[in-house]
Write a protein that binds this ligand. Sequence first.
Ligand SMILES: Cc1cc2nc3c(=O)[nH]c(=O)nc-3n(C[C@H](O)[C@H](O)[C@H](O)COP(=O)(O)OP(=O)(O)OC[C@H]3O[C@@H](n4cnc5c(N)ncnc54)[C@H](O)[C@@H]3O)c2cc1C
Length: 482
Amino acid sequence: MTIAVLGGGISGLSAGYYLLRRFGKPLTIYEASPRVGGWIRSERHKNQGFLFECGPRTIRPKGLPGANTLELVEELKLPIKAIPSSHVAARNRMLYAKGQICMLPNGPKGLVSVVPPFSKPLYRALIHDLTTNGTVAKNQDESIYSFAERRFGKEIADYAISPMICGICAGDAREISVRFLMETLFEQEQKYGGVLKGMLYARFKDKADKAGAQGLFADGQDEPSLYRQARQEKWAMYGLGDGLEQLPRTLRKYLGERDVNVQLNSKCHNLSFNSDGCAVLSIRDTKVPVSHVVSSLPAYQLAQLTRTQHPSLAAQLLSIPYVDVVVVNMQYDSDQLLQHDGFGLLVPPVENLPVLGIIFDSCCFDMAGNTVITVMMGGRWFDKWFSQQPAVSQKELRDIAQQQVRKILRIKEEPKFSRVHMLHKCIPQYTVGHKRRVEGIRDYIRSYKLPLSLCGAAYDGVGINDVILSARRQVDAVQFTT
Ligand SMILES: Cc1cc2nc3c(=O)[nH]c(=O)nc-3n(C[C@H](O)[C@H](O)[C@H](O)COP(=O)(O)OP(=O)(O)OC[C@H]3O[C@@H](n4cnc5c(N)ncnc54)[C@H](O)[C@@H]3O)c2cc1C
């Protein structure tokens, strides 16, 4: 009997890759849409030499999750476009706050001088941390905003942490769990009573991290040479030659060449479990019995499939919220339009604008003399800005993005070419209590002995590295012999 993977995004394809490596065939990946890649979508405009990334665009090479992805990238022989830490896109990160573009401090000078939008030198925030007592109760959770405000003050929470959360998950730092990004610091604060002390500990942990990465590759394999190269050349992040969509596309080809069946246009409508320990998928009008299911679907999609037989599991899955993001890619013929060089800018939610951030794609990668930018809008505030009746049109979304570009970047001219993508429920939100929620879901599956493993952005991290590593770990934990 076959193993089934639900979803042909990067998580599902990675699960397929690790299942193939561990168990061999037979293995089928069911994907609802006519393409693989999920939110990873790249549009190369070959004649003009530029690229639009409509979802993710860069991957970090750091730590164990970074090393794991680089191992896969190496196996697939993908063409890397590395951005070293000395590159302007790695050094310069900006905010749009209080009516101006503010360059975030990237060296020790920023610690002692006043750098807008902050009204005090940043060392004052560190003193606040050193002199503030009090933590939340052990094993509790709190929002990352509340944690940052407690340790460093409101200004840091508003202008450093909140925009960072917008940039990573389009979410509201007042709702997102501190464990989403700062679990170690949070726990060290509980242990040592401060973040600075925790950070000192993290420096030691960095060394442990390297050992950890080696640990992952300990089964007779060397650390991936790309990972070593990334460390030696100090890569801050990387993209791929023809855009990140090359990763899922090449992975699909790799799997297909090894007889893994990747079925497109094959939405799973129902998932049930028999008393003999098998699972049954409903694909189109067919019932497909399988020995094990790895679901990489968004949690709310899996809830739909399981709600008839396991309503309580479905309810827990539904308690993971998602947000909508509008992505507007714009291309201009001239390369002289951006007044600042860098990765791009984020807009703190206190600014009360529909924009989450603007990425300067043509500063990150060569775009053949074009200026290319991407405006991200909505996220946790999508309903506030865009949910009107009748539904806001693509043209209106494009106009709003352009207005914001005019206001923030002072680019008066119209883009020569632009694309609007409305990404519905694209990023799960790790709100306060997320970790317990996921433990509860996995406990349920264990206690009912369901032949089901969960990977994908809903559970163990929202970045590409996280979801690939999650797929690997879940496959490693599958217990049965085929
Ligand atoms: C705008 C945006 C920007 C991002 N930027 C970055 C970045 O720069 N760097 C980074 O590391 N990460 C980034 N991310 C996160 C990253 O893109 C995601 O974590 C990752 O793509 C999630 O992959 P996935 O396979 O888990 O999910 P998905 O991509 O959602 O794939 C799930 C797949 O399941 C399919 N499916 C759904 N229901 C069914 C069903 N019933 N039956 C069969 N198939 C089904 C869907 O069609 C889809 O193909 C970004 C995300 C977004 C939205």
